[in-house]
Write a protein of this length. Sequence first.
Lengths: 334, 283, 289
Amino acid sequence: MLRQVLLRLVTTLVTLFGVAVIVFVVIRVVPGNPVAMMLPPGAGPEDMARLQALYGLDKSIPKQFVIWLGGVVQGDFGTSITTRQPVAGLVLGRLPATLELSVMALVIAVVWGGIVALVGTRFRGGRAEAAIDVGNGIALSVPDFLWGLVLILLFGVLWPVFHISGRVSPSLDLPFVTNFYLFESVIRLRFDLWWDIVGHMLMPALALAFPLAAIVAQLLKQSLKETMHLDYVTLARTKGYGETRVILREALRNAVLPTLTLVGVQFTFLIGGTVIVERLFSYEGLGNMAIDAVINRDLPLIQGIVILFAVIFTAVNLIVDLLYAVLNPRLRHA
Amino acid sequence: MHDGRGAVRRRAGARLWLSAGWLTLAGGAALLAPWIAPHDPLAQDLFAGRMPPFWVAGADPAYPLGTDSLGRDVLSRILHGGRIAFLVALIAGLATAVLGATLGLLAGFFRGWVDVAISRLIDIWMAFPPVLFSILLIAVIGPGLWSIIIAIIVIDWTRFARVVRAEAMGQGAMDYVASARVAGRGRISTLVVEILPNVLPTIVVLLTLEMGIAVIVEAILSFVNLSISTDSPTWGGMIAEGRTSVHQAWWVLVLPLIALFLTVLAFSQLGEGLKDRFDPVLR
Amino acid sequence: MSFLRIENLSVAIRGGGPLLRRVSLEVAAGEVMALVGESGAGKSMIGKAVLGILPRAAQITEGRIWLDGEDLLALSATARRQRIGAKAALIPQDPLTALNPVRRIAPQITDRLVDILGWDRAKAEARARDLLGEVQIADPDRVMRSYPHELSGGMRQRILIASAFAAEPRLIVADEPTTALDVTVQKQILRLIRDMQARHGTALLFVTHDLGVVSKICQRLTVLYGGLVLEQTDVRAFFKAPGHPYSAALLAATPRHDDPEASLNPVPEAVIAAAQAEVAAFDRSAPHG
Ligand SMILES: Nc1ncnc2c1ncn2[C@@H]1O[C@H](COP(=O)(O)OP(=O)(O)OP(=O)(O)O)[C@@H](O)[C@H]1O
Ligand SMILES: [Mg+2]
């Protein structure tokens, strides 16, 4: 078990290194010159050279990579071209917002999808299941971006009960020391702030959660239904248990396992989706920052964000693998 | 049991026809946009800003779906925006299908080192999160219509390659392929004449789904202003503008959103419907 | 009155043909009744109907099932389930698939006691430990903490037997409880079931293909063909003189334990045709089928 975990960690590091190399190289072959865009009109070629030297862009690509990697190891991801601040600080400052949003969306998706799957299994073969299937089909074929817009219309305009812009009301005084607003508001028992923050996060989180909830519902329902035919479920029925109890206790845990791996993959898609959904709701997270960076062609910043996203992606995959091993007794003892 | 299946099939049939119907209508209108659009989509009329659509009091019959804050005709902009959406869907979808299916067919049919190389490439591609990939690509090649198309092709070819490879492998193992080879057909000719037609339904299904994806990608990138220049109307661009003035003129957001929503839904439902239709056994 | 009484039970696939055709049988308290017949005859269907686990596609179209003097089909679904859970139990065919792979053994034995009969957990676990000793499991404490995949097939079948006897049911349905096991283990398990049944005085509905086994552990037997009861008799009488040509052919087709070299006589075509004709005649006479 320990050896497998170590092996998995090593492959994860190799993947991340690969991502770093690809990102670095791809960015250096940019046709347009981002430095040129920073210069005021009328600047001469010697200004250009000075600025390039400043950002280390005058050296060969392998050399730049070694220098850059040396910095990365010490936590230095370079300096943002537009804001002239260290990339690491900028990116880490935004990370909590995106993490909180993604996790909230994940929780909503899993709880909602799980309930729908259980209800669908309980009433399988009937109208309820047919309705669930149609709903899932639609939720699946419409991406998070469109759900976000629909939610803005419904709950921001038609019936304006939720905030549709920002992460927290600007008028509020925030006593926070970290950027994990949601988390810290709970720790500090500031439920007034918590309520405001949730009111801002709920819409983008729902937009992200819809497609994933549909996937969870569909997969879990399918695997629950398959499990319901197995001998041990039938045996449990003869013991006197009702349908609901049989589903919850005998079938659910077994059915969760195959769903789990897919949820892991889908969660990485959800995190990817934060890029556009954050933009849509003017939510100050990493994704919003990424789009600004692309528009401004702020290469060091893009590089930092992409690598951070890759770290999150691989971390999620790692956690899912470990969770799978913990939940499956057959693997736990292997 | 029997009547249940019949009901499912009827529902699937209705879904197929509704989606195909909408796509024909919207695609046709988009194609004919320059001739049927009542106004120049770019012409501003500052005295006729934020006119509501025809069913709302105070509408101007010259602008059936109203105008935006610059007084541009919403209907004409939706029609011209649809042109770009369907153009991207068609070009990006077809190019992705051709590239992905070709690689998938080669890998699945020739096996050996060809398969190893292509499969390895697919694995590496899949390890790269698609959103990052598109951001990176757009950052590198710069915004624009062609960048979007290229980004879609580069990112999504694996969708086709994976599935087609598996199918080609399955078909390649069948007797009819062996007998065609015995009858003296060459390898390439076997691939094209015997295997391709059998894999075609799958490709068509994937293509339909891919076109829906292309439409949404185009809308998203226009929404964040990384698509074509701001003066050509796009659904995503209209939505972005409508989003800022939604409290004053909701129709500027809602109408292109409906067009986008229905088109994306229709592509995906058409794809799913075709999948059921081609699949002899119900899922 | 018999502990289990089945009266004119017919089961059919929804929108399809009948699987059981007016089956009647009685099992007295402490009695062992065998159900024999070729594959597809409907043996398991009878057990499933009694235990309330018919497949969703199947439906009882006619008849009654009395358990301990109560008309099961007249009860509400919940009451029926709980009555069955308290008074009857199943020893399944395949021990490899009949235990939940992600749950430990202990709760799988005790949950009926705790949840349906309302015992407290400690008492239920003590009972489970005793039962595991009774089915000759050497290290009950370790086994109770194990997961199914850590145990052999024979062990698991012993556990399932212990679990079936946990609530002192008065009827056990054993559906070919040894066919999935190694030949060497089969005999032990069979002996175990017989001993447990005798010690606890439980009635047993024993589904099997093997007439040799029937002669060893059963008192009465029912011969089925096509969901129709062809013969119902005392085991000793049956082996002396089967009362139906099909039964006689079945007996002749059974390998003899005392003389395994003796050649087998497959059931003759003519006998099968006659049995089929009987089923067809039944369907013609029955008002619905
Ligand atoms: N879920 C089901 N749907 C439809 N038909 C079924 C189903 N389960 C069983 N049957 C049919 O019911 C009939 C009786 O099945 P049953 O399982 O009782 O046979 P059996 O006598 O136990 O045979 P075996 O010795 O093979 O276990 C068979 O013809 C079978 O095909
Ligand atoms: Mg059976």
